[in-house]
Design a protein around this ligand. Structure first.
Ligand code: SF4
Length: 462
């Protein structure tokens, strides 16, 4: 060993300390698919010592915003949030603003031109590059990264939970091949791409190992799963595989497309002990004239037959759906047909949207656009009808017992816990409020006897 002439290093000298980790905050807007993307984005940063994820996006170094561009209202909310973050940057509460997702994929040029204070714009398919992009932004660069729309998650993607660990969304596909004339989603989420059954099963096993009890399957159209790479609808097969995953107690299905629902899927739900008797299936309208103008690929008759068959096949099935009122050319008769259909089918859960004239959508260019005032009055009437249906439905549940997943203590009310039954998806449906003197553990299931109800919620005791 060569002895050097330089004095030995001063052992007392303090080692050059590593720079403080960059504090990263996230705000995720829009649907459950975007929420999964946001969890994956945080997963790509979370494992890196250079970053520390912080809960408060108004007090961080790099503020991430995952946007929504579904319809006008959602776009407005996304822009408002961008401007909020930019304002916090001016106030030095955040150092850099990174905006990503559907709004960026849909309006890249307008956003870059109009909101120059944003440090990075990232398209909905670019999430693999997040660590490199955030490093460049932290180094003071302005970045625009746009590519193919829609990021297809895999089981290799680690995720940072933005929902309680006991209830997790799983995105089984990305994009959509349907051609609904009011919709622009395929333009910023891309064509339909399914994951493989093995890949989804691997992810669900991992989530179950980390405490997931409820797995909520999502996609633009979950019933189209597997069709792109196997030529057949593989959702029933996927569900039967996930049924075997230990630790999972509830499997919930969102975004079924009526024209892609099969008898095999119905039988799979009937024969399962884990797939909850719940179906989220947007129908959008009920008049044949509107269904054809919307290019939904189904008629009222076939829809009614499908719903009857599903209810006959799966006992206690709760159906959630959504309808659009005020679509171009919607006559009083079309609207009345929709109201009559809602009265006849009595959906346990239904959401109503006012038609949003979307740039670049076929319907957006249609003549006979409906005046906003008429759209609003039809919206109020349809919502009012659904409220009455919902009130009667919930009243009829009094006296019954429901297996309930406890979520948390109801806001500021001691001894009252907020939970969900198999009929309630998170965030969109009602709740089961449980009175209990003993403390209940979030993520546990309890048999709850319903003692009273409101228009959308149930109240009961253990
Ligand atoms: S199914 Fe229709 S409404 Fe849904 S994402 Fe596809 S095109 Fe849009």
């Amino acid at each position: 060993m060569k002895s050097s002439s330089k004095p030995a290093k001063d052992q007392t000298a303090k080692p050059k300390s590593a720079p403080d980790p960059v504090r990263v905050g996230m705000l995720s807007l829009g649907c459950a698919k975007t929420l999964v993307d946001s969890e994956v984005i945080l997963g790509k940063l979370g494992g890196n010592e250079a970053y520390r994820l912080v809960p408060d996006v108004s007090d961080c170094d790099v503020a991430l915003l995952n946007t929504c561009a579904f319809i006008g209202d959602a776009q407005k909310e996304s822009v408002d949030r961008i401007l909020q973050l930019v304002q916090w940057k001016k106030e030095k509460r955040v150092k850099a603003v990174v905006v990503m997702g559907c709004l960026v994929q849909r309006f890249p040029d307008e956003l870059q031109k109009e909101i120059r204070e944003v440090d990075a714009f990232i398209g909905s398919g670019e999430y693999a590059k997040i660590p490199e992009i955030v490093a460049r932004v932290t180094g003071g660069q302005r970045v625009v990264s746009l590519g193919h729309p829609g990021y297809l998650v895999t089981a290799q993607d680690s995720r940072v939970a933005l929902t309680p660990k006991f209830s997790r969304y799983v995105k089984i596909s990305e994009g959509c091949d349907h051609v609904c004339t009011f919709c622009t989603i395929p333009t910023f989420r891309g064509k339909h791409r399914s994951r493989t059954i093995e890949d989804v099963e691997t992810e669900v096993r991992t989530l179950a190992a980390f405490g997931a009890k409820e797995i909520i399957l999502t996609g633009q159209d979950t019933t189209f799963f597997g069709r792109d790479h196997s030529g057949k609808f593989q959702l029933p097969e996927l569900l039967q595989r996930l049924e075997q995953v230990e630790g999972v107690e509830w499997i919930r299905l969102l975004y079924a497309y009526p024209a892609c629902v099969t008898q095999e899927l119905m039988d799979t739900l009937r024969n399962s002990s884990k797939i909850v008797p719940y179906l989220d299936m947007p129908l959008q309208h009920a008049s044949d004239a509107m269904l054809s103008a919307m290019r939904r690929g189904i008629t009222k008759r076939r829809t009614a037959d499908l719903l009857k068959k599903f209810r006959d096949t799966v006992p206690g099935l709760a159906i959630r759906t959504t309808f659009i009122v005020g679509f171009p050319g919607e006559s009083d008769r079309d609207f009345q047909e929709l109201l009559d259909f809602m009265k006849e089918m009595r959906f346990e859960r239904a959401g109503i949207f006012r038609y949003s004239q979307e740039e670049g959508s076929p319907a957006g260019a249609m003549k006979d656009q409906i005046p906003e005032k008429l759209k609003q009055s039809r919206y109020d009437e349809a919502m009012g009808l659904q409220q009455t249906i919902s009130r009667k439905f919930h009243k009829a549940q009094v006296g019954k017992t429901f297996r309930t997943l406890i979520e948390r203590l109801a806001d500021g009310k001691s001894g009252l816990w907020k939970g969900r039954s198999t009929m309630d998806a998170p965030d969109v449906d009602g709740s089961v409020f449980v009175r209990s003197d003993s403390s209940l553990q979030p993520g546990t299931f309890h048999e709850v006897k319903i003692t009273s109800s409101t228009d959308y919620d149930l109240y009961g005791e253990l």
